[in-house]
Design a protein. Structure first.
Lengths: 117, 112
């Protein structure tokens, strides 16, 4: 148990559906991240939030829409996805960006396994 | 960030020590060396990090070469639970870079 929870753990959706992934951290952190892990590819950073403000959008298609209502919660809203978007979506949190620099540890949730039909 | 090179896979016997190598020949003076691991069906977890000196914690030890162009993660007694993909990552300490640049890592198989 890392202190970062993600729901749902598994999700199957059609290309026309709208769904949301939820992440919650109980570590008192102020930075939160979304990563994507496709089969046989390295983890890719998608979005970063620091004190609820988005600080990074790593050229992610607009069919992925993040939301950070407070420092403990992070959502990833999904709509009109493609089959190639099937992947493990991981949420992470850390101390505020810049506070510890390169010594910061990121704490990951267990991920949501998404399948797009 | 500078690049790291790791073997694709390694195998170890249970209760034996494991030495996981990482080459980072283009490391800069401000790069920290981090190790994370990802157990099956889980998110990555932090293992250890260091800058110049060797480091020990409850999970592992990190041995850093004197020229810092390579490092080795040491698991002193491998257990079946240590079977995972191990990632060696460099993080620039001269800025507040926050992205963890995961490569392919080393897949460790532990056999009874």
């Amino acid at each position: 148990e890392t202190g970062v929870t993600q729901t749902p753990r598994h999700l199957v959706m059609g290309m026309t559906n709208k769904k949301s992934l939820k992440c919650e951290q109980h570590l008192g952190h102020n930075a939160m991240y979304w990563y994507k892990q496709s089969a046989k590819k390295p983890l890719e950073l998608m979005f970063v939030y620091n004190f609820k403000e988005q600080t990074e959008n790593n050229s992610v298609p607009s069919r992925f829409s993040p939301e950070c209502p407070n420092s403990s919660h992070l959502f990833l809203h999904l709509h009109t996805l493609q089959p190639e978007d099937s992947a493990l979506y991981l949420c992470a949190s850390s101390l505020p960006i810049g506070s510890g620099g390169a010594t910061d540890t990121q704490y990951f949730g267990p991920g949501t396994r998404l399948t797009v039909l | 960030d500078a690049k790291t090179t790791q073997p694709n896979s390694m195998e170890s016997n249970e209760e034996e020590p494991v030495h996981l190598p990482c080459n980072h020949s283009t490391i800069s003076g401000t790069d920290y060396i981090h190790w994370y691991r990802q157990l099956p069906s889980q998110g990555p977890e932090y293992v250890i990090h260091g800058l110049t000196s060797n480091v020990n914690n409850r999970m592992a030890s990190l041995a850093i070469a004197e020229d810092r162009k390579s490092s080795t993660l040491i698991l002193h007694r491998a257990t079946l639970r240590d079977a995972a993909v191990y990632y060696c990552i460099l993080r620039d300490g001269s800025n507040s870079g926050y992205a963890l640049n995961f490569g392919k890592g080393t897949s460790l198989l532990v056999t009874p």
